[in-house]
Design a protein around this ligand. Structure first.
Ligand SMILES: Nc1nc2c(ncn2[C@@H]2O[C@H](COP(=O)(O)OP(=O)(O)OP(=O)(O)O)[C@@H](O)[C@H]2O)c(=O)[nH]1
Ligand SMILES: [Mg+2]
Length: 438
């Protein structure tokens, strides 16, 4: 079967069920329901219920006297902790309302099933910039070269490099493409587009070849701990908020630990996310020892039988050495408190920073064993090819991708969905052509 067709079947089916015309039987059932049942109002109440969960934050009591006045001593890991659960933190009611008014529309309260169904559409939307740039270049190439020759491949090489795929990966890709084109005896450049899409997926998975989405590692018996690292501004805190939302929607009990005690406002920012998605945040005061915060986060999560603890960390300290030492210390505390943890050390990289992300990855990998990459802001770049460069040249799996600023804009990385997002226009066009032919 054609690869485009395969992707189309895999991803657009998900999007379409609601548009498929109902069968006669379903029509009959619907008619019967309309006639006999006028108690539909009861059902809409359920929807309102889920909204209440967010709105109820307005009603939480505030307590200004809980201001954190105690400074932490470096050595003391069992420090004073503040937890967010009871929302007894010193945020004024009006502040709370203001920030919620701003943030509330972004909270997606649609059922999880709906969110799963739209994975293809999320990748399609999130990769719009890359697709527009990439597919127009490919189409232009195909229009200018009718037959596949050396010059065609040379220009294709440039297109791939300009999409940040990474030079070594591009070389490998071009070699594979040339072999495949020969093997299939392809002469028409139009047909090469499909081979490119197929090879992109193959190149991503490499010899692992499982073709499986690599989800986050979990602790099968007890608390799962995810440690987030990355330089400032890449999207750590935002991703933690999104992930907490996803895990909570899966029915998991989640706690956050505010390990960025360095940047002013970082603790509040995480706490705000905790509030938005309705999970606890463990925090100390600004300037305190992050390892102590994480330690308390673990104790708190354990005592509540939480399923997952997500740890935020600073993106910047006085200097890089301090930052790396701090991360190592935090990781040691986690390892000591929960054997086998952290279950993921997730390095967040900003896709819009291009090749700079690669050098960040190298630095962090030296300080701590990075188990997976979160590639944020894919929606903000026309150079989404960075996914492949990261996977191939760092040999670290891209576990999650940020496809927008909404709380639901975080997805497990799926190379097939990624390639679907890149070629969506061509895939549709291709099908049209096929249909006309048949
Ligand atoms: N468009 C887009 N914006 C994102 C995405 N992820 C994060 N951002 C934005 O990136 C900015 C920085 O995000 P933060 O989560 O504060 O980054 P951070 O790594 O925690 O930064 P520090 O706390 O300073 O270390 C925010 O404005 C986010 O809204 C994404 O996937 N897409
Ligand atoms: Mg942050």
């Amino acid at each position: 079967m054609s690869f485009f067709k395969k992707l189309k079947d895999k991803f657009t089916k998900d999007l379409q069920p609601q548009f498929e015309p109902p069968t006669e039987e379903e029509l009959k059932e619907m008619q019967e329901m309309e006639e006999s049942d006028d108690s539909l109002e009861g059902e809409t109440e359920v929807v309102q219920d889920s909204g209440d969960e967010i709105e109820s934050f307005d009603e939480q009591p505030e307590d200004d006297t809980e201001e954190d006045l105690h400074d932490e001593t470096e050595e003391e890991l069992e420090g004073e902790t503040e937890e967010d659960e009871d929302l007894e933190d010193p945020v004024s009611d009006s502040e709370l309302k203001d920030s919620e008014a701003e943030l509330e529309p972004e909270v997606d309260q649609s059922p999880v099933e709906d969110q799963e169904e739209s994975i293809a559409s999320k990748f399609k939307k999130g990769l719009a910039k890359t697709r527009n740039s990439f597919s127009s270049k490919i189409n232009d190439l195909v229009a200018r070269y009718r037959t596949v020759d050396e010059d065609f491949f040379e220009e294709l090489e440039e297109v791939l490099i300009s999409a940040d795929v990474g030079v070594n990966t591009v070389m490998e890709m071009i070699d594979e493409l040339q072999l495949e084109v020969k093997r299939r005896n392809i002469k028409d450049t139009k047909e090469v587009r499909e081979v490119i899409s197929e090879k992109l997926v193959e190149i991503y998975y490499g010899d692992d070849d499982a073709g499986e989405i690599e989800g986050l590692n979990e602790n099968p018996d007890g608390l799962t701990i995810y440690l987030f690292v990355g330089v400032n501004g890449v999207g750590k805190t935002t991703t933690i908020g999104k992930l907490a939302h996803t895990l909570k929607a899966e029915g998991k009990n989640v706690t956050l630990a505010a390990g960025d005690t360095f940047r002013a406002g970082a603790i509040d920012q995480l706490e705000e996310w905790g509030r938005r998605v309705g999970v606890n945040t463990v925090k100390h005061s600004e300037g305190s020892d992050p390892a102590a915060v994480i330690y308390d986060g673990i104790q708190s999560a354990k005592s509540r039988n939480a399923d997952v603890l997500i740890c935020d960390t600073a993106g910047r300290l006085q200097n890089k050495v301090n930052l790396m030492n701090e991360l190592s210390k935090v990781k040691r505390v986690i390892e000591r408190e929960v054997p086998g943890a952290p279950h993921e050390v997730l390095l967040v990289l900003d896709a819009t920073t291009g090749q700079n992300a690669m050098s960040q990855a190298k630095t962090f990998s030296e300080a701590t064993d990075v188990s997976g990459i979160v590639l944020s802001k894919l929606d903000g770049t026309a150079k989404g090819g960075i996914v492949l460069a990261i996977r191939k040249e760092l040999d670290i799996p891209v576990k999650l991708v940020g496809l927008g600023e909404k709380v639901t804009d975080l997805e497990n990385f799926d190379a097939h969905a990624f390639v679907y997002g890149l070629f969506a226009d061509m895939i549709d066009e291709y099908e049209d052509e096929e249909e006309i032919e048949s």
